[in-house]
Write a protein that binds this ligand. Sequence first.
Ligand SMILES: Cc1ncc(C[n+]2csc(CCOP(=O)(O)OP(=O)(O)O)c2C)c(N)n1
Ligand SMILES: [Mg+2]
Length: 804
Amino acid sequence: MIDSAVENAAISREEFKKEVLDDFRIATESRQASLIGRKEVLTGKAKFGIFGDGKEVAQLAMSKFFNHGDFRSGYYRDQTFMFAKGMSNVREFFAQLYADPDVEREPCSAGRSMNGHFGTRLINEDGTWKRQTNRYNSSADISPTASQMPRLLGLAYASKLYRENKALSNLTDYSINGNEIAFGTIGNASTSEGGFWEVVNAGGVLQVPMLISIWDDEYGISVHAKYQTTKENLSSILSGFQTDEHGKGYEIFTVNGWNYPALIKTYQKASKLCRDFHTPIIIHVNELTQPQGHSTSGSHERYKSKERLKWEEEYDCLTQMKLWIVESGIATVDELTAIEKDAAIFVKSEQKAAWNNFLKPILEDRDMAIGVMERLAAASSHTNEIGNLTSSLKNKDELNRKDILVSINQMLRLTLNEKNTNRDELHQLLNNFKRENAEKYNSYIYSQGEESALKIAKINPIYSENSKILDGREIVQACFDAALQRDERIIAFGEDVGKIGDVNQGFAGLQEKYGEIRVTDTGIRELSIIGQAIGLAMRGLRPIAEIQYLDYLLYALQIMSDDIATLQYRTMGGQKVPLIIRTRGHRLEGVWHSGSPMGMIINALRGMRVLVPRNMTQAAGFYNTLLKSDEPALVVECLNGYRLKEKLPDNIGEFNLPLGEPETLISGTDVTLVTYGSCCRIAEEACAELEKQGISVELIDVQTLLPFDINHQIVESIKKTNKVVFLDEDVPGGATSFMMQQVLEMQESYKYLDTQPLTISAKEHRPAYGTDGDYFSKPNVEEIFDVIYKMMHEYNPNRYPSWV
Ligand SMILES: Cc1ncc(C[n+]2csc(CCOP(=O)(O)OP(=O)(O)O)c2C)c(N)n1
Ligand SMILES: [Mg+2]
């Protein structure tokens, strides 16, 4: 058997043996990491563990065909693959298990993600991209099942763009002729998620080099395939995606997860098709096992039959690999036992090193604190209590940084009324620890690099006598035209974006001008439209992905929240996705075409920029800023603004508007009215009516909700007016509450208020259809007038008599 294997592999007998035994060693080390990892959790050194045992051999096969420039988008079972490609190693694996916050020791997430959440560092410390085509790349894993799928589509679609758009061929840091495969991995049960099917369909439509491996162990935690999958058979139900006579569709393979040579053959054939012809691939790897059960949270004996457990033992992929190696005459049982022994020793020592490295800085912090505590004990009238607290900190098992801070705080409370330098020293230490830990646990929500959106300098719009007056839609169209002209990396896509240039014609004529590869239609699939953008942005392109109406953002909100918004944070600045999500909303007609759920959105999207321009010129200025920055953003255009007339700036493609800078639309002295988006126009009308009654309102458009008024301009207005009203068309307590919290609490404007701060919002229900539906659902001029007039009446009843 070894002879035929050697023949097929076209390498020498020695080389072949070395490769097989190397594989066996990696798989065995990976298994040891799983076994020891579980013990580390059960003995209390780590909080939770989930491991790749039972899935090692298939991953070895996959790793052989994963080349430089390729990307992985996978899930928590993939440690063997990550080890095999050197994208992770045993020590880093344990560092993550212990939640080591040191990014050098735990480069996937700096201890922020639980174990098994892999990813490589795609960007440098200054935020610039690393070269991707000379290394192996993995997007950063997230926990929600199947959520690796949307971005997988984009990672694969990037290869298509790089291959088909010759103008991108100089971007060799990201692609060499689009030869890169996006490798996806997913568990069998996770394929029950809607997102899986949406992405599989889209991948087939787009014909992109996406190679999906399904690790099928028949279970999703305790739930058997009979509850997950029609006919309990993924290969069978996926067969409709099989390529047809036109070559469209997927090549689908089914292979047993314990059969090393068959797996290698399968991955070899599949990856060649995928790389050369961009044929999407599904490899259904079945008959996998889970020797230790799903995770450390329980044991699989509770839900697997005796027969199943016995079968799992027999068909454990490592057992089968060993049998094959021996039967093929590649190595003896003794040779394999020696490898197993060495692997056990190696993994144990790596685990110990990871633990010691993790613990060392905590012990140093503790000892530093104890030194100060002992001095305080001597100087304080609470010597005994402080002494007791100090010794219990000294003797604490499973020490965390938290324990040190808790002890310090207890002592500071005990000595609240004492004045001595040791107490001051302890206080100082506490502040230092807080600062250091904020860096460890609270940094990188947004880009901290040079291309942060907040660092893009303002360039004012320029107008001249010749500046044209156009419909709003023509203003954004001119902005997109200039952007597409300027930068080949920019692409736009979404429902109806291509042929008709979007439902409101922001891209009108631009597909004809720049080609289908740059401006293109997609299926109705919001989740994977955004996934497409994520993957493209990760591979150096600049996507503008469109969600047709704000009301339909909900389908995509999950991936925006779980993936985009957490990306910088969960990698501690190791990955980024500079992408723009363009949508339109606020006010038009009916329940699903006039929503403005901005509170929901900004609460789900900390980590993204959320922009709410009041008109299309502001929108264009923000698009220009965002395209120069490296941050992901959502831009909500006003659905009722496309036909309003605006003046086209002469520098439509160049001017930038800064984020986080409100604009005062009307100066006033009596009341500050804070709003954004379509409400600006309604507020302007209300202000005119109030002016007639002698009430001078200062109207402020915040323009961007995330970030919000970074220079604290609004409080300056309140210092003058001493009254504030927050207006929008979200539900009561929605984004108006956010604005109120920012202005009252963060800007401390409560100090300057003479009256109760108020909010005006839409009703609690979705807006009803028709003119009256809108009038009675959303805030209107009369309501704004009433609220502000009443506020003035309460403040000065003589001057402003009650009028109702
Ligand atoms: C959206 C979502 N729902 C539930 C979970 C909890 N959960 C984690 S793993 C898992 C089972 C996944 O099974 P499968 O896809 O077959 O992968 P396996 O663990 O068997 O390799 C579940 C339900 C989750 N992470 N995300
Ligand atoms: Mg499973």
